[in-house]
Every structure is written in C-alpha cells, then in structure tokens.
Design a protein around this ligand. Structure first.
Ligand SMILES: O=P(O)(O)O[C@H]1O[C@H](CO)[C@@H](O)[C@H]1O
Length: 304
C-alpha cells in the first residue's frame, strides 16, 4: 500500500496535490477510502443503489430524504470537482423508498491531473459500499434529428471513444477482486431497467427517447464535421463522461441504468454553425431538474 495516510482522524485529501497519493486500481487502498467514508457517515443500511449526477443535475441529490452529506473534501484521495454544476458531495439517504448513495458531481477525464481510473474511483467506492445498481446521468448534445432540447434519453448503448483508443479505466494492473481482466460490454445498460424507465416516463408524461451515447474526450465541443461523423456511425447524443464509470461498474458486476438530458442540439453545418456553451447546458439542466428528479425517484420506487 503506497502512501495513503489516514492518521488520528486527520484526513488528507487529494484536492491540491494528492492525485498520486493512492492508486485507484488498488483494491486495498480503495477499501481504506471506503472505510473513511463509512466512518464519517451514520449508515442506516447498506446502500443498494448508487447515483451519479450529470452537469447541473445535482437536484437529484437534493431530493434525497434524511440526507447525510459528505463533501469530497473529506474523502482522502478524491480530487475536487472543477466543473461548474458539479457540487462535490456524496449524499446518503432515501430516495423512492430505497437507501441510496449519490455522487453530486463527477470527475471528467479532461480535468486537471485525471486519468480514467481516478475519474471512476467513486464507482469502485460505491461498489465497496455495497451498491448493486448504478443510475448514471449526464448532459449531452442531441445528434438524432428527432430529439428536442430538454428531452430525456435512456441510454441503450454507448461508443466510448477514449476507451477505444486505449484510454480505459481498466488499463493497468487488474485486481480480480474488482472483476475480470477482460470485460464484456455487450449488455452494459440493463434491458429491464431500460424498459422500466420507458414505462415510467410514459406513465408520468415525461418526454423520452432512447439512443446511443458517445463519450468524446472534450473539453472542446465537437466541430460540425465531427458531429456529422458521429451521426453517420449511429450516435444519438454526445457528451464527455459516463462510459468510463459504466465500464468500471460492469467490471464489478453492477447493473447500470443511464440517461442523458439533451441540453443542446449538436450542429452539423459549418456554414450555419451554432455555438454551444456550458452556461446553456447548465440552464437546460436547471430547467429539467424537477423532471429528472421525479423520473429517477419513480424508477427507484419500482426497482426490485
Ligand atoms: O457529462 P456531464 O458530467 O453531464 O457534463 C457534460 O457537460 C459538460 C459540457 O457542458 C461536459 O463535461 C459534458 O460531459
């Protein structure tokens, strides 16, 4: 175990300097982080469901009942979130009648000092805390011409661009306690949860789509030609997150439900291009906050 120092209740964290303090691939070091989390929260029971909030979608965390909030600053090894719209809190409590743990803020590969395994650390910690299901959300640009601003999209499958180029969270030492060296991603997004989500949306009158999410490296938004490229290969929505978390979750045997909020329409015409800004992404997410929250709550109510 290399250099994860947790002494006398003093918790160093990785916010400014600690990114090399622990190896996010080391099961035992992560267990220490998980223990530090456990020791700071009065766990009511084992959380069965983990949630990751996308950009501006932190309202989902604010819906949690009897919340216990642990700032990422108090979790050793956790970097701080640097993207606006990601608060940086781990919240324990009840949602849809189940005990959950929610990451109100995620780490993106384009943030300072990140590697994909470090970005996916919260998933491994939630696995060690005992979750069996992960609900992951994101803000994304719509590519499918049938999509509208503000739609929710159930993720049916993904194209993990960094992963295809060798930047996978599973690259490097593999501890079999997390799962196998080679992971099959043929059924990453659980079909029963997808069906449940589509039913819930219909019953609740929530505009819903289903489609393929592409994770690009970012932080630049895609050029019109790149959007056209992804459209041609079957993409429905573009973002800069999620696939690394889902890959790690699947390695651990966690079943996954994912959805995107379509915050902007990605443009394919360089002669009539439209600028995308993170501010507009956040505005769209804010507008959808209540809808996203009740969507997630109703799904959780009906998860077996
Ligand atoms: O995927 P989330 O975290 O929702 O964030 C999305 O919003 C940011 C761009 O506006 C990018 O980080 C993109 O991935």
């Amino acid at each position: 175990m290399n250099g994860l120092h947790v002494q006398n209740g003093h918790l160093p964290n990785g916010n400014s300097h600690g990114l090399s303090m622990f190896d996010p691939r080391d099961y035992d070091e992560l267990l220490q982080i998980t223990d530090v989390v456990r020791n700071q929260v009065d766990l009511k029971e084992t959380p069965s469901i983990g949630i990751i909030c996308g950009s501006g979608l932190g309202d989902i965390g604010d819906c949690i009942k009897e919340p216990q909030v642990l700032s990422y600053k108090k979790i050793p090894g956790f970097p701080s979130t640097s993207v606006v719209g990601h608060k940086g809190n781990m919240i324990f409590g009840y949602l849809g009648g189940k005990y959950v743990v929610c990451m109100q803020g995620r780490f993106h590969p384009y943030e300072h000092g990140m590697d994909l395994a470090l970005c996916a650390t919260p998933v491994r910690v939630m696995h060690q805390l005992g979750i069996k299901t992960l609900i992951v959300s994101n803000a994304a640009g719509g590519v499918n011409p049938a999509f509208n601003y503000g739609d929710l999209m159930v993720i049916k499958d993904h194209i993990f661009m960094p992963g295809l180029c060798g930047f996978s969270p599973l690259v490097g030492i593999n501890d079999p306690r997390f799962g196998p060296r080679f992971v099959s991603i043929h059924d990453a997004y659980d079909i029963n949860l997808r069906r449940l989500a589509l039913t819930v949306a219909q019953e609740e009158n929530i505009r819903i789509q289903e489609g393929i999410y592409v994770m690009c490296g970012g932080p630049q938004y895609e050029s019109p030609a790149e959007v056209m490229y992804f459209k041609t290969v079957g993409a429905d929505a573009l973002g800069m997150s999620t696939c690394h978390e889902v890959t790690v979750a699947r390695q651990c045997g966690i079943r996954v439900f994912g959805f995107s909020l379509i915050t902007n329409i990605a443009n394919t015409d360089a002669d009539n291009s439209v600028e995308v800004t993170h501010e507009e992404v956040l505005v769209a997410a804010k507008e959808a906050g209540f809808r996203a929250c009740s969507f997630v709550t109703k799904i959780i109510e009906r998860i077996e």
